[in-house]
Design a binder for this molecule. Structure first.
Ligand code: FE2
Ligand code: FE2
Length: 186
């Protein structure tokens, strides 16, 4: 017969927590209990922000190029992705300020900070392939970020997990779009 596991103890010094909460109030959400290396987390989140901005720009270019190629349904898909990447950028910027950092929106160096690349692509299929590549880069690098954050900053980790799931959807959208466009001979 399996033995019942002893109950796990949860001990917390609430007096100490109450005392510490009153110190360094200027740090807002960042308490003494924050376990991650804040400088690294802010740098990594700013890299993710740059990645999202580059993705917005690339999808926007593709949206308007596809309209010019008379591929309205493809253009609509690019437009939807651009809007979702924009909302990812906003959420990451918000998290950076919560952590007391500054979101870096400077155009200078944005491609260096970004994990994904900006490739314009000429034909419709080329554009979609470049988007798929960028999504796959984001998936890998965000996975690394999630693992790095671990239990040290659960809020940032959860945010990056949500964005990662969306990038996986995007990649699948682009994969099936390549099939659709190839079949239609667009
Ligand atoms: Fe994104
Ligand atoms: Fe994406």
């Amino acid at each position: 017969m399996a033995q019942a596991k002893p109950e796990q103890t949860f001990l917390m010094d609430i007096q100490e927590i109450r005392k510490r909460a009153r110190q360094h109030m200027e740090k807002g959400a960042v308490t003494d209990g924050y376990k991650a290396d804040l400088t690294t987390v802010l740098r990594v989140l700013n890299e993710a922000l740059a990645t999202e901005i580059v993705c917005v720009l690339r999808y926007k270019r593709h949206q308007f190029m596809a309209s010019g190629l008379n591929a309205q349904s493809v253009a609509a898909e690019f437009q939807e992705h651009a809007a979702e990447e924009q909302s990812h950028a906003d959420s990451i910027a918000k998290r950076i300020t919560e952590l007391g950092g500054e979101p870096n929106f400077s155009p200078e160096g944005i491609l260096t900070r970004s994990h994904s690349q900006y490739v314009e692509g000429n034909s419709l299929v080329d554009m979609i392939k470049e988007d798929l590549v960028a999504e796959r880069i984001a998936i890998e690098s965000y996975g690394e970020i999630v693992r790095y954050l671990g239990d040290n900053d659960p809020t940032s980790r959860r945010l990056m997990e949500e964005i990662l799931a969306k990038e996986e959807e995007h990649a699948e959208d682009m994969r099936s779009l390549i099939e659709r466009v190839s079949k239609a001979g667009l």
